[in-house]
Design a protein around this ligand. Structure first.
Ligand SMILES: *Cc1c(COP(=O)(O)O)cnc(C)c1O
Length: 383
């Protein structure tokens, strides 16, 4: 078994042919030559059903996830395809109450009116048996976004299976190098590849990876009928970015660890969360089921205005949503309707040098919280 770096660099590599590119370019084709009109159809005949660029990235992610991968044009398209395939009128789907907000909105506003019972459970639980009764699908998000709580995938998969439900894990934050849900007993991995997996903040893409090839086949069929398919160019860019996932995650996690530790010491940053902190509420389960703790951390400043000042004062941290990119970024999540306080910040540590990033963040925090800038603001008391 080779290491993560080797796996990422070589994932999805196809046969070597003299004179052909080391990393083949995107195949931008709608129609392909069919050969004789009465012969067997070639594998590629029309770009919506299959194409070599998808196949290469699906093979690559499938190797890393340990399953059968189907690509989608966005993470939400992947979430939506899974929910639409498995939700049934009169049956229940279980979603994380603290998970990605659009997945919950989709279930509440588009599936519930069709007679699907939508149950929301906070990631840390409690998880009573009644949650699983009559469910067809249990979707976990661990670590959850943006709260960074975790839950025990293996234990919840066993309980979902006992109740006859499939268990899916949104693995966007962890990536396949950080966590391998299929090995822990999950049936499906759901992910947005717009984040760390592709890693350059320059494309939107998603995937589902299934333990069961038959389920992956059904998803590929409904993808073709639904018609929302990823573009080969984005697919190719994501495959190129995937090659450096191991390197990027190593730096991002080192940066997140340094920032979490430094922010802990800062009186103005409260409630610092990173699953890799030894006394974080997520640490015990995370250290059992995760292979790496990732580059995303969260903390709370006294007010929305303090977050604005922090982002204006930082030269390295961009004010941006999304996460997992080369460049550090931070997002005030309350603006998106997440159930968090107005000063809650999700920070995505990028690939800058650790000392530079830590110094920049601490300086920006000092400026943001300087009582001289705002005499009414006492970072220790104002909440
Ligand atoms: C971003 C994200 C999604 C949605 O992915 P898109 O590619 O933006 O559609 C789903 N789940 C999680 C946890 C995310 O962070």
């Amino acid at each position: 078994m080779v290491g993560d770096g080797t796996r990422c660099v070589h994932a999805g590599r196809v046969g070597e042919v003299a004179g052909e590119a080391l990393h083949a370019g995107p195949v931008l084709a709608a129609a392909y030559h069919l050969g004789p009109p009465d012969g067997d159809l070639p594998v590629d005949f029309y770009g919506r059903s299959a194409n070599p660029t998808w196949r290469a990235l699906e093979a690559a992610i499938g190797e890393l996830d340990g399953g059968h991968t189907v690509l989608y044009p966005s993470g939400m398209a992947a979430v939506s395809a899974l929910l639409r395939l498995l939700a049934r009128p009169g049956a229940a789907v279980v979603l994380p109450a603290d998970g990605y907000y659009l997945a919950r909105a989709l279930a509440a506003e588009e599936l519930a009116p069709l007679g699907v019972e939508v149950r929301e459970v906070p990631t840390p639980g409690p998880w009573p048996d009644s949650v699983f009764d009559g469910a067809t699908l249990v979707l976990l998000e661990t670590p959850s976004n943006p709260g960074l709580d975790v839950c025990d995938i293996a234990a919840l998969a066993a309980r979902a299976h006992a109740a006859g439900a499939l268990l899916a894990v949104d693995n966007t934050t962890a990536t396949p190098l950080g966590q391998r849900p299929l090995e822990l007993g999950a049936d499906v991995v759901v992910a947005s590849d717009s984040k760390a997996l592709s890693g350059h903040s320059d494309l939107i893409l998603g995937h589902l990876s299934c333990a069961d090839p038959e389920l992956a086949g059904r998803l590929a069929t409904t993808r073709n009928r639904g018609g929302a398919v990823p573009g080969p160019f984005e697919t190719w860019l994501a495959h190129r970015g995937l090659g450096t996932l191991d390197l990027r995650l190593a730096r991002q996690a080192a940066n997140a660890a340094a920032l979490a530790t430094a922010l802990r010491e800062h009186p103005g940053a409260l409630g610092v969360r990173w699953p890799g902190l030894a006394d974080d509420p997520s640490f015990e389960v995370a250290s059992r089921q995760m292979r790496r703790f990732g580059g995303v951390l969260s903390f709370e400043l006294p007010s929305a205005a303090a977050v604005s000042r922090f982002l204006a004062a930082s030269t390295l941290v961009a004010s941006a949503t999304s996460f997992g990119g080369l460049r550090s970024s931070a997002d005030r999540r309350e603006r998106w309707g997440d159930q968090v306080g107005p000063g809650f910040v999700r920070l995505s540590a990028g690939c800058e040098d650790t000392d530079d990033l830590t110094a920049d963040v601490l300086k920006a925090l000092d400026l943001a919280l300087d009582p001289v800038l705002d005499p009414k603001l006492d970072p220790r008391t104002e909440r």
